[in-house]
Design a protein around this ligand. Structure first.
Ligand SMILES: Cc1cc2nc3c(=O)[nH]c(=O)nc-3n(C[C@H](O)[C@H](O)[C@H](O)COP(=O)(O)OP(=O)(O)OC[C@H]3O[C@@H](n4cnc5c(N)ncnc54)[C@H](O)[C@@H]3O)c2cc1C
Length: 396
């Protein structure tokens, strides 16, 4: 929390002038902080007499680790449905909760949620905290963050997981900051350390060249965002029983400084490469927009989505939503065709979980062949049109 030493304060009003959130007002020559404070620290940085300090709550958490128990998954509900990463997190969370001998809960915010909570139980949750309110019809990180923070404070889970999606990446750091909790972003593996039950959070580091395992031993909850498509969801079991708890947040906590005027589905969602069972991806070897069209033609013939290496995206042959890899998307389709892609680690990290990988490259020593199930050594300009023609021929 923000603390003001009124004996040191000279009442200059610089903190009020510099607060972007109108969270400080000068009353009788003294600064007064209201509930809009986000602990951004701007007043602390600007105070010339060091009268302001932010005290994090980490110390409170540090001394009482055992009071925090249970695994939570932030369930992401978007465009009228639950996101696939939520089910993947429930699969992973179930394993962690069973290892710890604790309950797995999901937290679900949205509007007109229908039977979604039951679905979460079928996929592994023991408890679902549901806030179904028109205020949650659109995602805003302050309203979602406030209510999630309140629930975490009340129930004290030891682990909180969310998808490393635009929403997860926006709201979870806010919550972690307010709680003074440790957060590891973009995890690709999670496990429990036997000795003390700490969460081992593994993620690629240094450009994907090493995998770092991060532990937050002193703070609770241990928070992680997890990349979509790296964890395995459990099959739905409609006979599972769970507790669905309706949460009624204070109206004030659901208020947002952001007013959503219109919500438009972005190209990234239309591109859909993370959900397609077939992805045909092209790289620099396609040598231009015209060459890249061969990849699109094959994807069309196969009924698949178009993927790309960063080189192809940077060259402007296809949009960023199609990029696969460390700074793009992770995909795990049944079939991944990599055409004219060398197989740099930053690309491979985003597609190596595909069931079958077919690589086409004229260089027999290209690293992509190390991860390929089938390799075609040859020219993409000869092979791709032949494959497309053959498939179209078969389709009649
Ligand atoms: C921090 C960081 C993050 C990154 N994130 C990503 C990411 O998310 N995704 C990503 O893809 N990259 C990423 N990169 C870039 C990555 O390191 C590579 O530079 C990139 O993947 C190379 O793309 P490419 O394979 O298409 O091109 P190249 O490496 O140039 O390979 C082109 C391949 O095409 C073959 N070829 C050429 N002509 C033909 C032909 N006629 N027929 C058949 N084969 C042919 C060549 O033999 C070669 O193997 C990242 C890099 C950094 C540093």
């Amino acid at each position: 929390m923000l603390k003001i030493d009124l004996d040191t304060c000279i009442g200059c009003g610089v903190c009020e002038a510099n607060c972007a959130f109108a969270a400080i007002t000068m009353e009788d020559g003294q600064p007064v902080v209201n509930e809009k404070c986000t602990l951004c620290g701007s007043c602390v940085d600007n105070c010339e007499v060091d009268a302001m300090v932010i005290e994090r709550e980490t110390k409170v958490n540090q001394v009482d680790l055992v009071a925090w128990s249970g695994v939570w998954v932030f369930a992401e509900y978007r465009n009228g449905r639950i996101t696939p990463v939520t089910m993947e997190l429930l699969g992973a969370g179930r394993g962690l909760a069973d290892t710890r001998g604790v309950k797995l809960a999901a937290v679900l915010f949205g509007s007109e949620l229908g039977d979604t909570a039951k679905d979460l139980v079928a996929h592994g949750a023991d408890t679902v905290y549901v806030a179904d309110d028109p205020a949650f019809a659109h995602f805003t990180d302050d309203a979602y963050g406030n209510v999630l923070t309140d629930l975490i404070r009340e129930h004290q889970p030891e682990i909180v997981l969310a998808g490393a999606t635009a929403i997860g990446r926006s709201v979870i750091p806010r919550v972690a900051t307010i709680l003074g909790a440790g957060l590891t972003a973009d995890c690709t593996d999670l496990a429990i350390r036997k000795e003390d039950g700490a969460l081992l959070q593994t993620r690629p580091a240094f450009g994907g060249n090493i995998m770092a395992t991060i532990v937050c031993p002193d703070t609770r909850p241990q928070m992680a965002t997890v990349r979509p498509l790296v964890m395995t969801p459990r099959a739905a079991d409609d006979t599972r029983q769970g507790e669905i708890i309706t949460v009624t947040p204070l109206a004030m906590r659901m208020q947002s400084r952001v007013k959503v005027i219109e919500s438009v589905i972005a190209e990234s969602e239309q591109a859909n490469i993370t959900e397609s069972e077939i992805v045909v991806a092209g790289g620099r070897g396609l040598d231009g927009e015209k060459g890249f069209q061969l990849v699109k033609d094959l994807a069309d013939a196969m009924g698949g989505a178009v993927g790309a290496s960063r080189a192809a995206v940077d060259s402007g042959w296809v949009g960023y939503p199609h990029q696969v890899g460390q700074t793009g998307k992770t995909v795990a389709p049944k079939l991944y065709v990599a055409a004219g892609i060398s197989g740099a680690i930053q690309h491979v990290i985003g597609m190596q979980s595909a069931e079958t990988i077919v690589a086409i490259n004229k260089d027999p020593h290209a690293p992509i062949f190390d991860v390929a199930t089938y390799g075609l050594v040859g020219d993409v300009f000869e092979i791709l049109p032949k494959l497309t023609a053959k498939l179209n021929e078969r389709k009649g």
